[in-house]
Ligand binder design. Structure first.
Ligand SMILES: [Fe+2]
Length: 293
């Protein structure tokens, strides 16, 4: 039995209480420390300990790389290794080294996709369209340079979303763990099949009893199951994401900062670049969860 099992209310309650208490502790501590990492990506043992603690509590941690910003890309892989992150996802627009450079692009394949524009991006977890054997369970989002204006992120731990829904109505969890509840149609570009249709649950239980979430708030290219309970569950979920719940963290990454996380829900606000401040982010996605020894 795990805390996610609907039949084990006691284990669930203990886990949910601990998650909420940890979060409230964080709020009362002002803001969780931004953890300093050496410029080459080496994480000093005390910093690694803080990251491990934050991941266990909130599923994300914010770091700041020392050294020159231009050298940070090379440090990213090194960071992933120390977090126990292994195989990296290769998405359509990733570089050779599987790290994706997110910046406004005016031409080429990338400009078909919202991440490469300056538009806002709604709530989602990364790779919600990936095949099940290539689920994105962790990622590192690194800011080389922020925009002149905007481009803030909101972060929300999926555990807290699960808790909210289950406390509202445990049947919502039943609806959103149906293996076909969310389908992403195939992706065809110029007549070529880039990705087949993928259907999955919203909430999944991973091998270590941890929760993972696949979700996008976007209306296009996503087909939801049409039963009444799913509709109600989604309505509850969407309202929660639009609410002013204290569980949503707003943060604007400064140059050299990044978020290490177990693929938490996140958004990006619209932004404006100027010649001196062109927003450049790097993103590394992984198929396993953070595992710090
Ligand atoms: Fe994302």
């Amino acid at each position: 039995m795990s805390q996610l099992d609907l039949g084990d209310q006691r284990a669930y309650q203990q886990w949910a209480d601990a998650k909420r208490a940890a979060f409230d502790q964080r709020q009362s501590d002002d803001f969780a420390p931004v953890v300093d990492i050496d410029g080459d990506g080496n994480i000093p043992p005390p910093a690694l300990q803080i990251i491990a603690q934050q991941i266990a509590r909130y599923n994300f941690a914010i770091y700041r790389l020392q050294g020159k910003v231009e050298d940070h890309l090379a440090s990213l892989r090194n960071i992933g290794r120390q977090l126990g992150l292994k195989e990296m996802d290769k998405n359509l627009c990733a570089r050779e080294d599987r790290i994706t450079r997110l910046t406004v692009q005016d031409q080429g394949r990338a400009n078909l996709y919202i991440p490469y524009t300056n538009k806002a991006i709604g709530w989602h977890t990364d790779g919600y369209y990936n095949p099940m054997h290539q689920r994105v369970l962790a990622m590192v989002l690194h800011c080389e340079q922020p925009a002149a204006e905007g481009g803030d992120n909101q972060l929300l731990d999926p555990d807290l979303v699960y808790i909210h829904l289950r406390d509202e109505n445990p049947m919502y969890i039943k609806a959103l763990t149906q293996p076909q509840v969310m389908c992403i149609p195939q992706n065809i570009e110029d007549g070529e099949l880039i990705r087949p249709q993928t259907c999955s649950a919203v909430f999944l239980e991973e091998d270590d009893s941890a929760l993972s979430m696949r979700f996008s708030k976007r209306k296009h290219n996503i087909i939801w199951a049409e039963d009444a309970l799913t509709r109600e569950a989604l309505d509850c979920l969407f309202k929660f994401l639009e609410s002013d719940t204290r569980y949503i963290i707003n943060y604007r990454l400064n140059a050299g900062e990044g978020v290490i996380n177990n693929n938490v829900l996140h958004t990006r606000s619209a932004f404006v670049d100027d010649t001196q401040h062109k927003r450049v982010y790097y993103r590394a996605r992984y198929y396993n969860r953070i595992n710090i020894q």
